[in-house]
Design a protein around this ligand. Sequence first.
Ligand SMILES: Cc1cc2nc3c(=O)[nH]c(=O)nc-3n(C[C@H](O)[C@H](O)[C@H](O)COP(=O)(O)OP(=O)(O)OC[C@H]3O[C@@H](n4cnc5c(N)ncnc54)[C@H](O)[C@@H]3O)c2cc1C
Length: 383
Amino acid sequence: MKISGLKFGVIGGGIGGIAAALALQQRGAQVTVFEQAKALTEVGAGLQISANGMVVLRALNVVGDMPETAVASGGTMIRDYRSGRLVSALPPPSAGTTYYYHRADLLDALHQAALRAGVEFLLGARVEQVRKHPSDAEVALDDGTRHRFDCAIAADGGRSAIRTDLNGPETPAFTHQVAWRAIIPWSEHAETVRAALTMGPGRHVVTYPLRDQSLMNVVAIEERSDWTEEGWRLRGDPEDLRERFADFGGEVREILQQVQKPHIWALFLRPVAQTWQNGRIALLGDAAHPTLPFMAQGACLALEDAYVLARAFDDQSGIQQALEIYETHRRSRARKVVAAAGANARNFHLRGPMRLAAQAALMAIGPRLSRKYEWIYSYDATA
Ligand SMILES: Cc1cc2nc3c(=O)[nH]c(=O)nc-3n(C[C@H](O)[C@H](O)[C@H](O)COP(=O)(O)OP(=O)(O)OC[C@H]3O[C@@H](n4cnc5c(N)ncnc54)[C@H](O)[C@@H]3O)c2cc1C
């Protein structure tokens, strides 16, 4: 089927929604993005984009071979929490370089590329409902306006209301994981830049530099039984953060000392959606497959979704067939990656003798560990 001339409405102007809009528009569709926020903004935080995400960004001409604003990763240092002792140094995946992005920089690069391609953005546009009709999909906004499209893509995030319309009500479950996030100024310049993953019982901290290494991204995750609110932008108390990670030593301790304005975010999850599309409306990104961040793959999966969705319209006889192809290709991949991230939630937070045994194993096989995940990084959605 010819995608050119088809009209798409994309709900959500996050990384997934904008990437999908760009991929569809570049293939000849006419795309409108509805974003409830008045401006396209991302929280101050970092994102690791591994080779499987980078291949999509390059195919969409969002970045060239060497992204200008991101930092190339030279691998990951796994450290023990008490002293910061090095347990293992993981080399970069052989599938290709991972880049450390400031979220705002990646979102801006996608937005600029989408504007250049001709995507229309409606900001401050909160979608109340998306309805399937026999020959189109209707997007209803909370200001009472209605827009008709050949196809609607719901990239409205982990708490997607459109997913509920397609799958019925599901209550997001608290995973008992709480993420603290902050960016601090940084002055050390490394020739080879590596992330540090510091593991302790029930907690871990990930740090890596951003931009020209003038910033350090800090993510500290702890298991916790209590939580009442769900949200991105809750402010945390830096003293509380330091207290909760008080037994962490070495460099990570110094980094946590410098955190001034952390955000704190409880991680709620729904399983990978059972139904991704209904022939006119399709889910994409976190709306379809929210994941724990322990494989750093949520945004990468959303980028893959975007490319596979747009490509599914090549050679298909209709919208329904294209969406079915998209769903079939993406659901199994998302399930496997989300399960790998879930398994790491346990591996990262081991306690007592289990932790020591895991460290011994890591010392022995650490450098080969990256190979275990090659199937994630070597996936090429554009191939
Ligand atoms: C601590 C942490 C670290 C992470 N690190 C990484 C990493 O290193 N690498 C990686 O690949 N992934 C990472 N992720 C995952 C990644 O952040 C997400 O998977 C990704 O941002 C999802 O993008 P999205 O576009 O699907 O959803 P979102 O970014 O949630 O975007 C959804 C958009 O939809 C809009 N919206 C919602 N409802 C409506 C409505 N009704 N009308 C209009 N607009 C609406 C929202 O305002 C928002 O802009 C991490 C996640 C966490 C929690």
